[in-house]
Design a protein around this ligand. Structure first.
Ligand code: FA5
Ligand code: MG
Length: 428
């Protein structure tokens, strides 16, 4: 697969690309943020003491806004992202993501009674080591770039996948676990991508007794069990649904696969999985074992399950959305309240070397928030002088009401101004 931009959902399946990454350093941010811990950290990290008014509690850790959003070149977390921290949609039993999480728990509890330990409140602020090094993501891998990941500082990120917790849980002696959490990625804008979404990680470790006598080598044994478990899960959730396995690549598994489900006339990738790299087991006290692991996108599965057409709806507080879902009601089909008309605005500019689509999308989200539905590159050419022009089409549409012309013109005006000022491009 050619690796040209970040407009993919699958950053971990991308090959290495960049060569500007900081070296390895140990740091754990998500300790209980008591004042003594804060004091001991502050000498090294310059963490400011949390301000009472804007302190969040994340997985037992107290975090202030200016711990996470800072005007400093090692930090790229915008206000819009901070405002999503601590929302934990997956812990709301009446929310489609909470209902789905509970439905998956039910599958594992029925088929593997008392086997899987469950975590859904681990702090989303993790070290670079946890997010990348511990799961063998190479130093030059594209997912580590500031273009793809939200950095709190050079050694601390908003986790971009729940795999960030694999190593610590293995070290803690867990051999069967499910980790659900909010994850954060700089990404493109369309109906199946959002910069904050939710994943569930599953890990199962096998000791030699499990595969001895199966006639299979340990890797094939684990791969077979993995596929069976996930196919079983898909049947539990969906009944009959069209799905297919795709061979994939992840730095932390081998072999690796992705599962796709047919939804709204397209194949949609819903999860990545594979047999855990032996090195991860070895580093965490399980050299004799094999394991499988998966990471599934809860929004993507919930879109199929509840027939939710746009990923922004998960964040809606509109009663006409929230009232349609209730605890334990799996697969109730969402009834759209009305489809409001979209409005399209095109903008063309000469890009510079540093231009990326993720940066563009973040500027647009910063202004239009959830009123932006999609950003698409519709034209791209390079002239004789070697200057490259891009034309993007922005679709504005509210999920809740009709937008006025005036409102959209204002948004577009602001977008043009900030794109020009912040992205070092020249509008045409
Ligand atoms: C991962 O994040 C791996 N950690 C998954 C994994 C775990 C593989 C354990 C092997 C073993 P990936 O980047 O493909 O992989 O994301 C996993 C899933 O998250 C995708 O299949 C998709 O369902 C969902 N996803 C990814 N990006 C977005 C996004 N921007 N918005 C919504 N869902 C997304
Ligand atoms: Mg993927």
């Amino acid at each position: 697969m050619a690796v040209v931009s970040s407009a993919h959902s699958a950053i971990f399946s991308k090959a290495s690309l960049f060569h500007h990454i900081n070296g390895f350093k140990r740091f754990t941010f998500c300790l209980p943020f008591s004042s003594s811990a804060a004091a001991s950290l502050s000498t090294k990290k310059k963490w400011r003491q949390p301000v009472a008014s804007s302190v969040l509690e994340l997985g037992g850790t107290k975090i202030a806004k200016d711990d996470v959003v800072r005007d400093d070149p090692t930090n790229n977390v915008p206000d819009t992202i901070f405002s999503k921290l601590g929302m934990q949609l997956h812990r709301r039993n009446n929310h489609p993501l909470g209902i789905l999480k509970n439905g998956i728990y039910e599958y594992f509890d029925t088929n593997y009674p008392n086997m899987f330990d469950k975590f859904d409140d681990l702090c989303p602020i993790v070290s670079v080591k946890q997010n990348f090094d511990d799961v063998l993501v190479p130093a030059d891998h594209v997912s580590r770039s500031y273009n793809d990941t939200y950095y709190v500082d050079s050694q601390t990120v908003l986790r971009c996948h729940t795999s960030a917790h694999q190593a610590e849980l293995l070290r803690g002696g867990h051999t069967h676990f499910l980790v659900t959490g909010d994850v954060y990625r700089r990404d493109s804008i369309d109906s199946t991508h959002y910069p904050v979404f939710h994943q569930m990680e599953g890990v199962r470790v096998f000791t030699p007794e499990s595969w001895e006598g199966s006639g299979l080598d340990p890797t094939s044994f684990a791969a077979d069990d993995l596929k069976k478990s996930l196919e079983g899960l898909a049947h539990h959730l969906f009944g009959a649904v069209e799905m297919r396995w795709i061979d994939a690549y992840f730095p932390f598994t081998n072999p690796s696969y992705e599962l796709e489900i047919y939804f709204k006339e397209k194949w949609m990738e819903v999860l990545g999985c594979g047999v855990m790299e032996q090195e991860i087991l070895k580093s965490n006290g399980r050299s004799d074992s094999v394991a499988w692991a998966f990471g599934l996108g809860l929004e993507r599965l919930a879109m199929v399950l509840f027939d939710i057409p746009d990923i922004r709806l998960f964040w809606s507080n509109d009663e006409r959305f929230t009232s349609q879902f209730s605890k334990g009601q799996m697969g109730v089909k969402f009834k759209p309240f009305s489809k409001y008309p979209p409005c399209y605005k095109d903008m063309s500019f000469w890009i510079s070397e540093s231009f990326t689509e993720n940066n563009l999308c973040e500027v647009i989200r910063g202004i239009a928030g959830d009123l932006v539905e999609e950003v698409t590159l519709i034209d791209n050419f390079t002239n004789k002088k070697g200057m490259t022009s891009h034309c993007y089409r922005i679709a504005y549409r509210s999920m809740e009401r009709s937008l006025t012309d005036e409102e959209i013109n204002d948004l577009q005006w602001n977008v043009r101004e900030q794109v020009q000022n912040k992205l070092n491009v020249v509008l045409r």
